[in-house]
Design a protein around this ligand. Sequence first.
Ligand code: AHG
Ligand code: MN
Ligand code: MN
Length: 335
Amino acid sequence: MNNRISLSRYLVEQQRSKGHIPAELRLLLEVVARACKSISHAVNKGALGGVLGSADRENVQGEVQKKLDIIANEVLIEANEWGGHLAAMASEEMDSIYLVPNRYPQGEYLLLFDPLDGSSNIDVNVSIGTIFSVLRKPEASASVTEQDFLQSGRHQVAAGYCIYGPQTTLVLTVGDGVAMFTLDREQGSFVLTQENITIPADTKEFAINMSNMRHWAEPVRRYIDECLQGKEGPRGKDFNMRWIASMVADVHRILTRGGVFMYPWDKREPHKAGKLRLMYEASPMGWIVEQAGGAAINGQERILDITPQHLHQRVSVMLGSKNEVERLRQFHASI
Ligand code: AHG
Ligand code: MN
Ligand code: MN
């Protein structure tokens, strides 16, 4: 298998022939991929590595942290702080931004991540993942502040996720479509397994936590209600449902065979815009989905157009097959 293209080669070729990625960004992405490889090993060890269970601590959002949330966070920080490509990092698991220590050179990029997405699935051996987003540090900024991170998703220079499932797969965009790399454990490298991923514009599959139905807003209820009516309803076709409760895994399925994913605003806590976080969940996933020909909105607005007010801001999310997301947008516009 001499024609296998490793992640390193893919990135070098992107840099050389297409000018998409400067050398520093390439290094950054290789380091993130290496960190994901370590996280993948820890995930695979499971109970044998003592990584399961709760850490008996809460993060800034009041969620109980699992041991693996903390381990994954530390792996990403330790891997990325010394390389000279970053100025600062931000994570779901850290209250405030993490500045690259003075003893290391400062780079031009800002890295955001959800170190371990789908925490409720860790202990039950169901797919989980890591989500990341890369921004450029604003030029005028000497020492980085949280304000420097508050850029809309349109400003991302790279975004990706790694899914720890039956296979470990890294999915990446640098603004030139979406590529998928599978971890070859014997060789220890990510190998390109799919390029130019395209999400079909139509679908017969939706993903939403149905147990929240009674709390949803009218447009979301209407959309799901029509799907549930199947062949006899206005859609004229039967729909299937999937809900893995790991955004990475649900989005990965959508990239593979289409579908629509929703975690909408609901009435339980009306002041809360949604459950998912804008900067390190919705924006990177939204960009990946758009780069694959899909769409991502909060109901009314494109996710990538939302300028964050806070690092840990939450947002309502609807993404996936273009025509379905458009239908959801129209339902929201007509109330
Ligand atoms: P995290 O584990 O990083 O906190 O994210 C979990 C998120 C997301 O991955 C998933 O889609 C959703 O929470 C599941 O929520 P429910 O348990 O409410 O279904
Ligand atoms: Mn998450
Ligand atoms: Mn998480």
